[in-house]
Design a protein around this ligand. Structure first.
Ligand code: ZN
Ligand code: ZN
Ligand code: FE
Length: 753
């Protein structure tokens, strides 16, 4: 047998994910000598031995890698044998270190088994973790990823933990966040600001929840407010305290069997629930579910997730209900609370019961949210479990920073051909989120170890994010149109480039003409765009006020098709005075911007049907309208497409007439809603197919919050695919405004040479 020797460089997410112990075990098994080490470029392996074994090694390196690892590239080079007699893991070469900080990972099965095993030394230790699970992003301050640069640095490993940490074949080998009862951080129960002495603080929390109390619980990326999801009275109280009327709560479910009792779960949805990211999955509610109607009122989905830390596992072992509401603990419009002292101050109006621990959270991270639509997993919120894994892009984006938008804000920084997107920051409407945006930018740039040459920002003149961007020192600032950013983000997330027809349907985006856009057909690539078609402009009486009052846009839709008398007869709950006021506003255009927005169209129809006259959370009117749609209804309304100079305009007036006629003849709302959805599907499909043909393109990109609507996505995909058009949806990022930062980075990078 031929003996040989090879040097291998593995690039990707290969540090802090158990890669070296895996390499060590594989080399031992195949009788290969050499060494493995972390370097600034990734993992370096030197192998000596039989050629066939080396070949098998490389094959299995790819095939059997740890599940959290991601291999981007393997570079092989022949080398001179050093006649080594063993295989070793050697200390990191501290060269120009740049690797990717890993994301937080849900508790693994091995740790779960240890946690519940009486004979294990970590029995019932709630902060258990290993190489394959536990906190990462939320505890790391800077790179290289090493315990001394995490919030665990103050906990010195005990003898037993240290032995595991230095044993190359142990699954806690070089696992930075490990700890145990002897040496690690602990969980405490705090009542009215004082620690309650107890051997079992989690039991105290469980008993309070059983009694219908609300308990604040610190997890991986922040605090949750926990309550029994089957207890109406408690949830009523929680809603009142949070001033949250209808916005759905997420429910943590004890295990997958209980999850199946409350939601219809596809294979894909189960896979995501059980995955290492452990996000909230929005699934279809079961009718006979034991979960209170107050969890997700007026909609047909429920957000569920599984316990993802030892604390959660133990808590749900002890509560009598296998279903707990676990909602981000924050006063309205603020970021999730993540520091002990801060949380106890800010959450005191919600509860006096706190289950905390002293493993500090450095970077907060909300739970991520996924919806599976037409078999595709679409991220609704990309945060814990996903951040900071970078998105590979087809263009060089080095040192380009995107500040994102003001709603569902994230920001992003490019490094060579990858974009690192921040955790979900939220809506920048409060001082708290504004401050955390600035803090998070500082922390994130340090963590990714990248400086900024170019800043990309939205065109909206009043965005707070714009102010922040303008205050940052850089050579260059680039404005990127909102919907262009949507389409570019979607393309880039698929690692695609080139011309496409981009369909952007959302609520609000500042247009290049100064009007509000949101139902757009763009000829677009990663550099530039051309607006080919859009929905007709309507007045939005009162501007932002009309966004929380969908009935105002309903009034505006009617204004266009009815005479004053008939308009005033239509009951949307307005007083005569309010009607006169709105009428005058629309007529004169005072405080009534022109909008061409899909989100507003959904609002208007939802209000016309009396489904949602006032919106208490973003997307409420559309979600409730989707929830009542009769899936067997195939009818639709008519609409007009007209050519206005170089632009094509979609006019939904006849659709509104159709809805009103159906309302007059008392057609069921479930049918009207379905017909409305079918009409929007038809209009989007017709225009997309026409434009794709006109510009000889075979690719249509969909982005914008409206494409979280299952009926729209399913219908449009079906129609376009039947014409041989490739429909592109985002991969690994959202369709909503949280993708703007990525799009901005990609578009602005084309301005740099
Ligand atoms: Zn583990
Ligand atoms: Zn220990
Ligand atoms: Fe948008």
């Amino acid at each position: 047998m031929a003996k040989s020797s090879v040097d291998i460089l593995v690039r990707g997410i290969v540090q802090g994910v158990g890669f070296r112990p895996f390499v060590f075990r594989l080399a031992k098994e195949l009788n290969l000598n050499g060494y493995v080490t972390n370097s600034g470029e990734g993992v370096e392996i030197h192998l000596e031995g039989e050629e066939s074994s080396i070949n098998e090694f490389i094959l299995r390196l790819k095939r059997d890698k740890p599940s959290i690892a991601r291999i981007d590239e393997i570079v092989e080079k022949d080398s001179t044998p050093m006649n080594l007699s063993s295989f070793q893991v050697i200390a990191s070469k501290e060269t120009k270190v740049f690797t990717i900080p890993p994301p937080d990972i849900a508790i693994c099965n091995d740790c779960k088994n240890e946690l519940l095993n009486k004979y294990n030394r970590r029995y019932l230790y709630p902060l258990i973790s290993c190489m394959n699970c536990g906190p990462r992003f939320t505890i790391i301050k800077s790179l290289p990823y090493d315990r001394s640069r995490t919030t665990l640095s103050k906990f010195k490993l005990c003898k037993d933990c240290e032995a595991e940490y230095f044993d190359p074949i142990n699954r806690r080998f070089r696992a930075e966040p490990i700890s145990c009862w002897v040496c690690g951080p602990k969980v405490f129960f705090v009542e009215d600001g004082k620690i309650v002495k107890s051997d079992d603080p989690i039991m105290i929390a469980a008993e309070l929840i059983n009694k219908g109390e609300i308990v604040a619980i610190k997890g991986i990326g922040g605090f949750h407010l926990a309550a029994d999801a089957t207890n109406d009275a408690t949830l009523k109280k929680l809603r009142a305290l949070k001033n949250r009327h209808f916005k759905p709560f997420a429910v943590m479910v004890k295990n997958i069997d209980f999850a199946r009792k409350v939601a219809y779960l596809s294979e894909e949805e189960e896979r995501i629930l059980l995955g290492q990211e452990a996000p909230i999955v929005l699934a279809k509610k079961k009718e006979d579910s034991p979960i209170s109607e107050l969890v997700s009122p007026k909609i047909n989905t429920i957000g569920i997730f599984l316990p993802y830390t030892g604390i959660h596992v133990l808590l749900l072992e002890k509560t009598s209900s296998p279903y707990l509401v676990m909602t981000s603990a924050n006063p309205k419009d603020e970021v999730i609370s993540y520091k002990n002292s801060d949380a106890m101050k800010k959450l005191s109006s919600f509860t006096s019961h706190f289950l905390i621990h002293n493993r500090d959270i450095y970077n907060f991270a909300d739970d991520s949210v996924v919806r599976v639509i037409d078999g595709l997993s679409i991220l609704v919120r990309r945060s814990r479990g996903y951040v900071p894994i970078p998105i590979p892009t087809p263009v060089n984006v080095d040192k380009v920073f995107g500040i994102g938008g003001d709603l569902k804000n994230t920001f992003a920084i490019g490094k060579e051909k990858e974009v690192f997107i921040s955790q979900h920051i939220g809506d920048l409407s409060s001082y708290s989120t504004q401050r955390e945006l600035k803090n998070s930018i500082r922390k994130f740039l340090r963590l990714i170890a990248q400086d900024i040459k170019v800043i990309a920002l939205d065109m909206h003149p009043n965005y707070y994010s714009r102010k922040v961007a303008e205050s940052m020192k850089t050579d260059m600032k680039v404005e990127v149109q909102h919907h262009h950013a949507h389409i570019a983000a979607t393309l880039a997330s698929n690692n695609l480039n080139g011309d496409v027809i981009g369909v952007a349907c959302d609520g609000t985006g500042y247009g290049a003409d100064g009007n509000i856009w949101g139902f757009e057909f763009l000829l677009s690539n990663l550099k530039s765009f051309n607006r080919l078609a859009h929905m007709k402009y309507f007045r939005l009486p009162g501007g932002d006020k009309a966004i929380i009052e969908p009935r105002r846009f309903a009034f505006s839709l009617l204004y266009d098709i009815l005479d004053k008398e008939s308009l005033f007869k239509f009951d949307l709950g307005f007083s005569e005075k309010e009607k006169e006021f709105l009428y005058a506003m629309i007529k004169s255009g005072t405080n009534s911007p022109l909008v061409s927005s899909c989100g507003r169209l959904f609002d208007g129809i939802s209000a016309l049907l009396g489904v949602c006259l006032f919106s208490t959370y973003d997307g409420e009117a559309a979600m409730e309208l989707e929830s009542i749609a009769d899936e067997n209804e195939e009818g639709s309304y008519s609409y007009d497409i007209s050519f206005n100079g170089s632009e094509i305009v979609l006019d939904p007036s006849n659709l509104v007439v159709g809805v009103i006629n159906d309302l007059k003849s008392n057609a069921p709302k479930s049918k009207i809603s379905a017909r409305f959805h079918n009409t929007v599907v038809k209009a989007i499909s017709e225009l997309s197919i026409y434009l794709a043909d006109e510009y000889k393109l075979k690719r249509v990109v969909l982005s914008g919050g409206s494409f979280l609507n299952e009926i729209l996505v399913k219908g449009v995909r079906k129609n376009l695919m039947s014409k041989g058009i490739n429909v592109i949806l985002p991969r690994g990022v959202s369709v909503n405004d949280s993708c703007l930062s990525l799009g901005q980075v990609v578009v602005a990078s084309s301005e740099v040479d």
